[in-house]
Design a protein around this ligand. Sequence first.
Ligand SMILES: [Zn+2]
Length: 467
Amino acid sequence: MQFDTIVRGGSVVTPAGTILADVGITGEKIAAIGPSLAAGSNTKIIDATGHHVIPGVLDVHVHLELPFCGTTSADDYRTGTRAGARGGVTTLIDFAIPYAGDSLNDAADAWMKKAEGKALIDYTFHICITRWNGHKDQIKGMVDRGFTTFKEFMIYESEGWQSDDRAMFGTLEKMKEYGTMLLVHAESARVLDELIERHHTPELMKEYGARLHAITRPNFIEAEAIQRAIMWSEVTGGKLYIVHMSTAEGTEIVKAAQARGVPVVAETCAQYLVLNDDVFAREDGHLFACCPQLKKPADSARLWQGLKSGEVSVISTDTCTFTREQKAMWGGDWTKIPMGMPGLETLLPVAYTAGVLDGKLTLDEMCRKLSTNPAQIRGLYPQTGAIAVGSGADVAIIHPTKTLTVSPETMETNADWSPFEGWELAGFSRTTLSRGEVIVDDYKVVGKEGRGKWLPRTVEGMRGLSS
Ligand SMILES: [Zn+2]
C-alpha cells in the first residue's frame, strides 16, 4: 500500500492499548498501524520517535465570538481554532444560540457564518433551545439537518437564554423520541438570584470584591440543579449530559443516578481540576470569573476521582475568552464581570501534565476523556476520536516530558492573559494532523484558515454513554 504520510516510530495510543508502531495515512484516513510500514517514493515521513502519538482532541464545549455579558468573546474562529490546533485539538463543538426572534435554523446559520472561511480545524455546534414554545417544533428539523445535541441553560434569564422545568422536561421527552441528547447548564437560578441580591451592596463589594462570585454560588447551587435535571431525565428516559460539572456533590449525584440506570453523563473542564477559588482573592482575581465558578481543592479531587472511576466522562474547556480590558468592565462589581476564560490551547497540556504526569490518569485514560468519549457521545466516532484503521487521521504528537511556559505572548489565543500563566506544561502538540494534513509543525501553526469543515452528525452515530 502506498501511504501519503507515515508517522514513524511513536508510542501510539490505540483503542486496543498503546503500542510502538508506525501510522500509515492515505488521503484523510488512517490506512494502517504496524511496525516498519514501507514508504513509497512520495511518502512524507513524520518522525515520532520518543513521542506519544495520540488521537486528536475534541473540545466539545467552546464559545467563539459569543456576544455575552455586554461584550463579545475575544477569540473568533480564526484565533480560536489556531489555539486549539496548537493544543492538539482537531475538532471543536460550539453552541449556536438563537437571539431575539431567531429560529434554531437561524442560530445554526449564524454560527456557520462565523466559522466559514476562518476555521483551521473541524467543528460543529450544539443547538441551544432558549424559547421552548417557539423552538419545540423545530428540534426534529435540526436533527434532520445533522445536529444531534441540544442545550438548555437553567440560568441566564437576563440574557434571554433560560429554560424552566417545563422546557427541560419537554425537551428530554423529545430527546428520548429522537435518540438525541440534551446538554444542561445546571445551576439553580432562583436561589442564585436571591444570594446575588443579598450580597449586591457597596459595602460587601468593597470588602470582598471578586470573592463574591464564589460566595454567592455555594456548591448546592449546582447540586440542586443537577439533581432536578436528572429527575427529568429519569422520568422521561431522555439522554442528559451535564456540562462543566464543578462540584463533588454533583459528581456524587451523577454517580448515584448512573447506578440507577439514568441515561446521564457528565463533563468537567480543565480549570475545575487544577484551580480553586483562592484565585478570587488575588488582585487580578476577577479575571478568573467563569460560570460556574472555581470551587475548592476537595471538589477538584473528587472530579479527578470521577474521571478515573467513570462518572465523569469528558474533559472540555468552556472556552469563552475575554481580554483584560474586557474583564475590566467589572469596575468592582462582580455581577458585571464578563464570565469565561481561554482554554483551547491549554486543555491537552493541563490534562497531560496534571493528569498523566501527576499519576491521576493513565495516558490511555486521558485519551478516552479528551478524544474517544467525546467523539462517541457526540456521534463523531470512529470518524474521529481514535487512532484506528479507517478513522480520520486526526492526530497529535506530544513529547513525554518537554515543557513550554504558558505565556500569552507566544500563544495563538487573542487573550492577553491565561489562567495558567507562567505554568510549565508538557503536552503541547509538537505536530497536529487534521484529516491527514499537518496543521501544527514544531509547535507552530502551519495550516491554513478556512480548511476546517462542519461535521454533520446522525443519530445512528451516537454511541451509548460510555465512561
Ligand atoms: Zn459554556
